[in-house]
Write a protein that binds this ligand. Structure first.
Ligand SMILES: Nc1ncnc2c1ncn2[C@@H]1O[C@H](COP(=O)(O)OP(=O)(O)O)[C@@H](O)[C@H]1O
Ligand SMILES: [Mg+2]
Length: 370
């Protein structure tokens, strides 16, 4: 019912060209709209703080989930388990299959093989029930630009069957929660991307979902806006016990907010775990990786490097040596090189941040897949 009301409102007669373009009438956008306007779940539910036992409840689960577009396998036999209250990051470059995965979880795209389950419900067969439990923030969240943030929320609330004092109170509390109280009465066309994203979260929270799926939430947001958004995401998970699945190709921006991450490359999840676990997975059996650049970079250098105890192998990327070793060799390395009369231009232990880890996985998977 809600969907048809919204569809009518989107009719060409009611919306100007500008508003239409803002709405991104793409296939995905339209589907996203449908997902957003499903009737609300019970509104004022008491949220119980998470107890230890709830930590292990798997709420999102995929089994061999696969989607192909012609010859292309956009999502390739994905097995995923996300637990209650977790912030899970689906990370990978553009085209990795992140959006396709989220669309299958929302029942907006049908898998060719395997299945996706949310809270025990099959996302394809029970799409309607799944949508009630899941709040979806698409990568291009749209609002009616001529309406204020508050008016947009009011509109959404009404579609979802709320009205009067209850609706106004809910709007106020949600605006407060996402830090949009001050901008609430400005037209959304004047909002920055970060403000739109936060209003989008308020909009999603209208139906008080247990699970929130956000596609590329940090896209186009300035660092300060991203910090606020990350804080809000953690709060939604920690304080409310909601489960959050977010996708991003901007790893550095989301790595700290995620409890666990899945690294996606060409439709395949090549690694999954906490930041620490990913670091351990990438370093082969406790091997360390060091980046080194020295002057002069002459023929004797490789021979000298090989004499250092603990070095397993040496790769060369343009003017940089990437050295794998059985333990931390930085001290021995700098001592030896200095003794031999070299100047160290760059010496760094690699593999400690996600960009590094991710680059490794990407290279590794690229060899296998591409
Ligand atoms: N509707 C579609 N028709 C054909 N190919 C598609 C469609 N949607 C996505 N793809 C392709 O599937 C791959 C994965 O896309 P997507 O899931 O959007 O990746 P991501 O969100 O990680 O950037 C890409 O190669 C993309 O071009
Ligand atoms: Mg995407």
């Amino acid at each position: 019912m809600g969907a048809s009301v919204k569809k009518e409102f989107f009719g060409e007669k009611q919306l100007s060209g500008e508003e239409l373009s803002q709405k991104e009438i793409s296939e995905k956008g339209e589907k996203a709209e449908k997902a957003a306007v499903e009737p609300m779940a019970v509104m004022e539910r008491e949220r119980v703080p998470q107890d230890k036992n709830s930590d292990n409840i798997v709420v999102i689960h995929t089994e061999s989930l696969t989607k192909t577009y012609g010859d292309l396998t956009a999502v390739d036999h994905l097995n995923l388990e996300i637990r209650k209250g977790e912030v899970f990051g689906l990370l990978g470059p553009n085209g990795a299959g992140k959006t396709t995965t989220t669309l299958m979880l929302l029942g907006l795209t049908e898998p060719d093989e395997g299945k996706a389950m949310i809270q025990g419900l099959d996302c394809t067969r029970n799409a309607l029930e799944v949508k009630k439990a899941v709040g979806y923030l698409p990568d291009n969240v749209g609002f009616y630009g001529t309406m204020t943030g508050r008016e947009n929320l009011r509109f959404m609330g009404r579609i979802n069957g709320l009205d009067g004092k209850e609706l106004e109170e809910r709007i106020n509390s949600l605006l407060e929660r996402v830090g949009m109280t001050q901008a609430a009465d400005k037209k959304t066309s004047t909002y920055s991307r970060g403000m739109r994203q936060r209003l989008g979260i308020a909009d999603v929270l209208m139906k008080d979902p247990d699970i929130i799926i956000m596609d590329e939430p940090t896209l186009g947001i300035d660092p300060e806006g991203i910090r606020e958004l990350m804080w809000l995401i953690r709060d939604l998970a920690e304080r409310d016990g909601r489960t959050i699945l977010l996708s991003s190709h901007q790893l550095y921006q989301v790595q700290r907010v995620c409890d666990r991450m899945g690294i996606f490359v060409k439709g395949k999840m090549v690694a999954c775990g906490t930041l620490e676990e990913l670091g351990q997975q990438i370093s082969r059996d406790g091997v360390g990786t060091v980046e080194l650049s020295v002057y002069p970079d002459n023929v004797s250098l490789q021979r000298i490097l090989k004499e250092i105890k603990g070095i397993l192998d040496i790769e060369k990327n343009s003017d940089m040596y990437v050295i794998h070793s059985a333990f931390d060799i930085r001290r021995a390395l700098s001592k030896k090189l200095t003794e031999e009369g070299y100047t160290i231009m760059h010496l760094r232990q690699a593999g400690s941040d996600l960009d590094e880890i991710y680059r490794k996985y990407f290279e590794k998977a690229g060899e296998k897949v591409g």
